[in-house]
Every structure is written in C-alpha cells, then in structure tokens.
Design a protein around this ligand. Structure first.
Ligand code: SF4
Ligand code: SF4
Length: 78
C-alpha cells in the first residue's frame, strides 16, 4: 500500500513519555504505536509508525506529559 503524505510532523520525546497510550487511542489516522524502546523512566515509549500524520494535534492536547509531544504543521508544496 502506498504511504500517505505527511501533513504534519509529530515528534515524540521518548524520555518524557509515560507509555499511557492516550495519544494512540485518540489519533484518528492510527499512526502512533507503542515501541519496544524502554526509556530512562522505565516506560515503553510511543513512536511514529511512519507516514500519514495530519497535524491535527489531538495527541498533543491529550498527552498529560508536557514536552512529550511536539506537532508541526507542514506547508503544502507549490
Ligand atoms: S497530530 Fe493527529 S494525526 Fe498526527 S500523530 Fe497526532 S493525533 Fe495522529
Ligand atoms: S499520551 Fe504522552 S505520555 Fe502517554 S503514551 Fe502518548 S506520548 Fe506517552
């Protein structure tokens, strides 16, 4: 299946993530998932699965950990 173009960029600060999976549950395009990366706090952090982020910000507003998620909207190319 062809990958979907990103309309947003999601960045996860793995060491700030508590692995609660709230962001995974609210992402409408299901592009977030738990990783096997055990972070400094002893949690399996969440990561981006590859493509299709819309930049909607649902994950950012749902995450209880300040600094764990950053969203950037990407400009449309001309
Ligand atoms: S910004 Fe929206 S589409 Fe992108 S990862 Fe967060 S919830 Fe999913
Ligand atoms: S909502 Fe925040 S703390 Fe919870 S799994 Fe997602 S990034 Fe980690």
């Amino acid at each position: 299946m062809a990958s979907r173009p990103d309309r947003g960029r999601v960045e996860i600060n793995a060491d700030e993530c508590k692995g609660c999976l709230l962001c995974v549950s609210v992402c409408p395009t299901q592009v977030l998932a738990r990783t096997t990366n055990l972070n400094k706090q002893g949690y399996f952090s969440v990561g981006y699965t590859g493509s299709g982020c819309t930049g909607c910000g649902f994950c950012f507003y749902t995450c209880p950990e300040p600094g764990a998620i950053t969203i950037r909207r990407l400009e449309k190319s001309a």
